[in-house]
Design a protein around this ligand. Structure first.
Ligand code: TYM
Length: 332
């Protein structure tokens, strides 16, 4: 079975709709026919300052949401990154293979560090993409399901896998990105030019999965569209409406063509109301399942401990091979 791997940051507790449609939904589908490894990346989270108690809680909330979204620990390996020490260990080796200029060209780093200023930007944030490279290569992943914003990091992953293989002999599988065009970039409901993100200036366009459904329904109803009134799919000229149509399509299973026909003669308000209802219908049971896992932290920790054990079995094998190839003495 092909191997897939992906990760998500626990940074702010609730996932948003972009995380779900861009990535997590694919994780759930892919666990059926693949050997799937999914993790909450708490090592990545501390590249910006975290309150320890909040981080611990957000890591549990994240794992609970992944289970609530439909990950099944019988079918996939779900774990927390810091519980598998090989991630940090392989990251060091990959850091020593990465060019300073190469890392400096990562656009997410450039954006984030420009916002923070260089004194608040950590070296950890700079090498963040290299840790992600290690995450993927440790598991010899064939495919990595992510949203569009992670594409450049996966190109780096492929480059570094090739570089290592060339220098030390074939060791790593060179992974393919798994990015579904229709949902790869969910936009902010207030600013359709920007991707939905927790770091937006206001959260009015951000749909948090754990917010009360009513709050999110309101956000859909006040989504920014345009001064036209006809519901058509046109990314260049009607980015707001097109984003709403893409979200509707993802939740309803209807194609955007079918939706345009469905909304013929109706105004934007009809699209927004229907979308609010569709989302509420999906999110209500999602929240209930997530809450069940949060109400039983012992069971949650048991699932994660088992996941970490399964992950380590794979990760430690790769790391041992890497250490050997690089020329480290084998431990006695
Ligand atoms: P993170 O935590 O920022 O986001 C998790 C996933 O959600 C996707 N995503 C989106 N998709 C569509 N539209 C959006 N508006 C949107 N916003 C976020 C992201 O592309 C991602 O797939 N570096 C990664 C986590 C990571 C990882 C890995 C991923 C660490 N190690 C190894 C894959 C493999 C990140 O910060 O994702």
């Amino acid at each position: 079975r092909p191997r897939v791997l992906s990760g998500i940051q626990p940074t702010s507790g609730s996932f948003h709709l972009g995380n779900y449609l861009g990535a997590v939904r694919q994780w759930v589908d892919l666990q059926e026919a693949n050997d799937a490894f999914y993790m909450v990346v708490d090592l990545h989270a501390i590249t910006v300052e975290q309150d320890p108690a909040v981080l611990r809680q957000n890591t549990r909330i994240s794992a609970a949401q992944l289970l609530g979204a439909g990950l099944d620990p019988e079918r996939c390996t779900l774990f927390v990154q810091s519980q598998v020490p090989e991630h940090a260990q392989l990251a060091w080796v990959m850091n020593c293979l990465t060019g300073f200029g190469e890392a400096s060209r990562m656009t997410q780093f450039k954006d984030k560090s420009a916002k923070q200023g260089s004194d608040r930007t950590t070296v950890g944030l700079f090498t963040y993409p290299v840790l992600m490279v290690a995450d993927v290569l440790l598991y010899q992943a064939d495919a990595v399901p992510v949203g569009e914003d992670q594409r450049q990091h996966l190109e780096l992953t492929r480059d570094l896998a090739d570089r290592f293989n060339t220098r030390y002999g074939k060791t790593f599988t060179v992974p393919e990105p798994y990015i579904l065009k229709a949902t790869a970039k969910i936009q902010d409901l207030q600013d359709p030019a920007a991707k939905m993100s927790k770091s937006a200036a206001t959260d009015k366009g951000l749909v948090n999965l754990l917010d009360p459904a009513k709050t999110s329904a309101k956000k859909f109803k006040s989504a920014v569209t345009d001064t036209d009134t006809v519901v058509t799919y046109d990314e260049a000229n009607k980015p707001g409406v097109s984003n709403l149509l893409r979200i509707h399509s993802a939740l309803s299973g209807l194609s955007t063509d079918e939706l345009v026909a469905h909304f013929e003669g109706k105004m934007y308000g009809a699209l927004k109301t229907e979308l609010a209802d569709l989302f509420t219908e999906w999110v209500t049971p999602f929240q209930a399942r997530t809450q069940q896992y949060l109400d039983d932290p012992a069971e949650l920790d048991r699932v994660l401990a088992l996941g970490a054990e399964k992950a380590r079995a794979v990760a430690s094998e790769t790391l041992a091979e890497v250490y050997d190839r690089v020329g480290f003495l084998a431990p006695k």
